[in-house]
Design a protein around this ligand. Structure first.
Ligand code: ADP
Length: 576
């Protein structure tokens, strides 16, 4: 007999949902006398939980590999079936700490299989997996641990110095667990009671009775990097995480299948690695995790050895990888698509990938939008465009995913024209968009009822492609006109002398603000103010050309890899 194929996620067999059926019939008869419009559908209400994702992967893609570069050094290979078992061991171990439903369990960890186990073991137990970004300032980490009221902290070996410096703040925790085995356990005079991950789960049963969870319960927590004010928490639900993963799997977004080999370079502590630890097991893709090594040579080796077809990360990581590939005259033969987001991907970056036969998928999102909400796949009718026209279109952030809705309004609150020129403030809503911040009184971003104010300024063209003009706080207001710092950075980035560029405003008596270019040059390159003006001429209006260029050795970045404009403005004011 021919096989009927594999079940869809969330269709479990055998089906035993008599109670849902009875409930639906009850509603049907109860509603019979009412208007037809109030009639409920007669479908099951199987909850959308992240637990169901790993269960599905273990059952139907059990042998598919999860390969990690370990913090301890060597490569580690496991499978969905094995990680499913180990996440149950972990869930059994967690029971010993007497946590209550909804309690936060924090991680300070790289992308590895142990972190995947925590994602599922913690959330599936009914607790909240709180991923902390180790690149935040120590004070911010302390603030976040206290604000989230974390009960247990799991940390990679790398972060022992951070843990030790936070020792007084960790006293309230029930446990601090180092994600390693007994052989690699560190000794710490400051933190004598550290537990060992492998020892913690070793003796536990690999079967756990997962609790029945309402899909609207919280499953994970991630704080924004707090470049303005204290970090704010986005509290994702099981339902929002599953829907987001389904939303990004589709061909026009990440285009993932069981044949894909997926390598998230974006860290699992940055908005759940853009949903990849959920979507990869959902579709049964092989998962390749880079651990702590994100330099060009390590990424090239990992992706080539494991046959990676799809990867995702912020522009700064790709800049380093592309430079390394250029110097070494190498490429990654299996790599087909790179998702870039977090900050604008400059056109030159798309060109450099295209020259290697790799397509860039530009994507836009925020911690508050889980994060993916816009992705830059072309439409069918764009096939006939030239390669350079296609690249120009791909350098826009792209089109909204199904499920997410946008509103773009000008200063008067009127929706803008979709002509690719008019711009306005971007609002978003949808089932994977935050409705409020965790334990926060700050409701300002939610002031327009039912919408979240992104703080970004965009234009939209007739094909529905969104282009991020700037963040409201970074746009340069010169003589009543707006200058996009992103556009000026992208143009600068295309100059052969420039390695990385930032454009910020400096105060100006007559024009209020004027743009200044701050750049890191490539080795042995030079770049004068005259060369800068010549480079910009003809590409933008003359009055938007930066007034000055400042050459620096380094540019400051946020904990999520974005240019830290507040600091760069200070640098500019100090130098002019
Ligand atoms: P934070 O760094 O404050 O934690 P997020 O990581 O959530 O915040 O960043 C969200 C912001 O990043 C967006 O509002 C937008 O300004 C910027 N961003 C994200 N993706 C892109 C992109 N593809 N192009 C330009 N800007 C982007």
């Amino acid at each position: 007999m021919r096989s009927q194929g594999r079940p869809f996620l969330n269709c479990r067999m055998p089906i035993n949902n008599i109670s849902h059926h009875k409930f639906a019939l009850h509603c049907f008869f109860k509603n019979k006398s009412r208007k037809v419009s109030s009639m409920l559908g007669l479908m099951m209400k199987t909850p959308l939980t992240v637990t169901s994702i790993l269960r599905h992967a273990s059952t139907y893609h059990g042998e598919t590999e999860i390969v990690s570069r370990t913090v301890e050094g060597p490569m580690h290979r496991t499978s969905y079936a094995e990680v499913w078992k180990r996440s149950q061991k972990l869930a059994n171990a967690l029971k010993r700490f007497g946590l209550a439903r909804g309690d936060r369990v924090a991680t300070l960890a790289w992308n590895t299989w142990r972190h995947v186990e925590l994602y599922y073991g913690v959330s599936g137990s009914g607790f909240v997996c709180h991923t902390i970004n180790p690149r935040l300032f120590k004070e911010q980490i302390a603030y976040i641990i206290k604000h989230a009221a974390d009960k247990i902290l799991f940390a990679d070996l790398t972060f022992l110095p951070i843990l030790e410096s936070l020792a007084p703040q960790l006293k309230k925790l029930k446990a601090v667990v180092i994600m390693t085995d007994a052989d690699h356990m560190p000794k710490s005079a400051v933190l004598p009671k550290l537990l060992c991950y492998e020892e913690l789960i070793d003796e536990e049963n690999d079967e756990f009775k997962w609790p029945d969870l309402d899909e609207n319960l919280a499953c994970s927590l991630c704080y924004t990097s707090g470049t303005t004010g204290e970090p704010k928490g986005a509290l994702y639900s099981h339902r929002s995480s599953v829907l987001h993963a389904m939303g990004i799997a589709v061909p026009d977004v990440f285009n993932l299948t069981s044949a894909s080999v997926v390598c998230p370079i974006v860290p699992m502590f940055h908005v759940n690695a853009w949903g990849i630890p959920y979507v990869a097991p959902m579709v049964g893709a092989k998962l390749v995790l880079p651990g702590p090594k994100l330099d060009g040579a390590s990424l090239h080796q990992l992706m080539s050895d494991e046959g990676v077809t799809f990867t995702a990360g912020v522009p700064t990581v790709w800049l380093a990888l592309l430079d390394w590939l250029d110097v070494e005259k190498k490429t990654i033969l299996t790599l087909k698509r790179v998702a870039i987001g977090g900050s604008a991907a400059p056109l030159v970056m798309l060109q450099r990938f295209a020259a290697r036969g790799i397509t860039v998928l530009h994507a836009w999102g925020m911690t508050e939008t889980s994060p993916i909400a816009i992705a830059g796949s072309l439409l069918g009718r764009h096939e006939k465009l030239s390669e350079s026209e296609k690249l120009a279109l791909r350098s826009k952030q792209g089109r909204p995913l199904f499920g997410v809705e946008f509103l773009v309004v000008n200063d008067d609150g009127v929706p803008i024209k979709n002509d690719g020129v008019a711009f306005g403030a971007l609002y978003v809503r949808g089932p994977w968009v935050a409705a409020s911040y965790f334990k926060s009184k700050d409701k300002s971003a939610f002031a327009r009822k039912g919408w979240f104010h992104t703080g970004d300024v965009v234009n939209v063209d007739a094909d529905g492609f969104f282009k991020i003009v700037d963040r409201t706080k970074d746009v340069i207001k010169s003589g009543g006109e707006w200058i996009s710092s992103i556009e000026l950075e992208n143009i600068a980035q295309a100059h052969p002398a420039i390695k990385e560029a930032a454009v910020v405003s400096k105060p100006h008596e007559k024009w209020d603000e004027r743009p200044v270019l701050v750049a890191i040059l490539k080795p042995n390159a030079t770049f004068t103010k005259n060369e800068m003006v010549a480079h910009y001429k003809g590409k933008i209006a003359n009055w938007s050309i930066p007034d000055d260029v400042i050459i620096v050795e380094q540019l400051p970045h946020t904990a999520t890899g974005k240019l830290l404009k507040t600091e760069i403005r200070k640098m500019v004011i100090g130098k002019i």
